[in-house]
Write a protein that binds this ligand. Sequence first.
Ligand code: AMP
Ligand code: MN
Ligand code: MN
Ligand code: MN
Length: 281
Amino acid sequence: MNADLHCHSTVSDGCLEPAALVRRAHANGAELLALTDHDELGGVAEAAGEAARLGMRFVPGVEISVSLGEDTTVHIVGLGVDPLDPALLVGLAKVRDGRRERAQRIAADFDRIGLHGTLEGAYRFASNPEMIGRAHFARHLVASGTMPDVNTVFDHYLARGKPGFVPHRGAGLAEAVDWIRGAGGIAVIAHPARYHRLSKAEFNRFVDDFIAAGGEAVEVVAGAHTLDEMLRFATLARRRGLLASRGSDFHSKTESAVDVGRCNPLPPDLAPVWSRPPFVG
Ligand code: AMP
Ligand code: MN
Ligand code: MN
Ligand code: MN
């Protein structure tokens, strides 16, 4: 099964509109797709409609920003959620809240180092102003000729310890898992290799808390994972009895390592997340 269960549209910080993203996934051979915009379900109706037109399986999804303690952010993907679930919608609105103010603080930080006009610049790239985020600032810095590409931007700016880094307060871990489960979905740890800021003990505690809260899956194949990392998180899935998910985390053709619908396969012994409800019966 060619499943891609993690990607972004212009509703958050992807560069393709939902329908265009679905067409690209389909053209790339995807058989099952989840749209997982950050903290926002506004794209799933359009995406679902386009997938139906193409005869491709589709599930609504979301990638929730979660704060662990004061200053660590992790991402929890919810798959197969009801996009009209009131508690989930209220929760996501709460997580989106604060992005505009954070954007002003990011721009003020850039002003201090002599990079002016970044707020207006970033908003030009944000189709959904409620979801203004670091990727939009990064695209502005590339478009304005300050930096050659988005990855280089994050090497110099916007990342922890660099100018333009302002943490965004996300949901609590148990809260996010509750919203997902309450909306009929499965909670998935997104791109676990990205959490190298956590010590081994902190990471294990995060996994314990995730499972205790009702989380059931982990991305074993993720756009950002190397082969070694994929094998490491396959071991984690086996040891902890987690379902395995697979997603490109596609944002755009020029910025993403893996194209939508072009993920590596999962190790065959793992139980894929799509072998369970709400994906089947
Ligand atoms: P935010 O939610 O505003 O903090 O922005 C997080 C988003 O920035 C991620 O979802 C990625 O799209 C992007 N991002 C973060 N770190 C990097 C990086 N090192 N390289 C490229 N994009 C990144
Ligand atoms: Mn993103
Ligand atoms: Mn993420
Ligand atoms: Mn993502």
